[in-house]
Each structure stands twice: as structure tokens, then as C-alpha cells.
Design a protein around this ligand. Structure first.
Ligand code: ZN
Length: 55
């Protein structure tokens, strides 16, 4: 048996391109209040936003 009545319209969710890795990422519940400020797909990318200096 499949559970077929759970329909999630993923295409309805907004998307952005990560400023670090350039990959598109989709709106997440945890970002609902800060979506305008979200520029990176993950904390990792956010930390790596300034690549090039150091090390
Ligand atoms: Zn990223």
C-alpha cells in the first residue's frame, strides 16, 4: 500500500541560488521568517562565503 494522498507541491515553493556553491535550494520551514535574508543553502556555505583569503 502506498500513501498517495500526501501531495506536496514542491514547485510552489520559492527557490534561490546559493551564493557560495551556486546550487538552487528550496524554501524551508525554518527559513520562513528570514527567507529574504537567506543567501546560502547551508551553514557550511554561509561560512565559506568569503573564500580566497587565509590558509
Ligand atoms: Zn551552497
Amino acid at each position: 500500500m502506498r500513501r498517495g494522498n500526501k501531495r506536496v507541491a514542491k514547485s510552489d515553493l520559492p527557490q534561490k541560488d546559493c551564493k557560495t556553491c551556486g546550487r538552487p535550494f528550496t524554501w524551508r520551514k525554518k527559513w520562513e521568517k528570514v527567507w529574504d535574508d537567506v543567501l546560502y543553502c547551508s551553514d557550511r556555505c554561509r561560512r565559506e562565503k568569503t573564500k580566497g583569503t587565509g590558509v
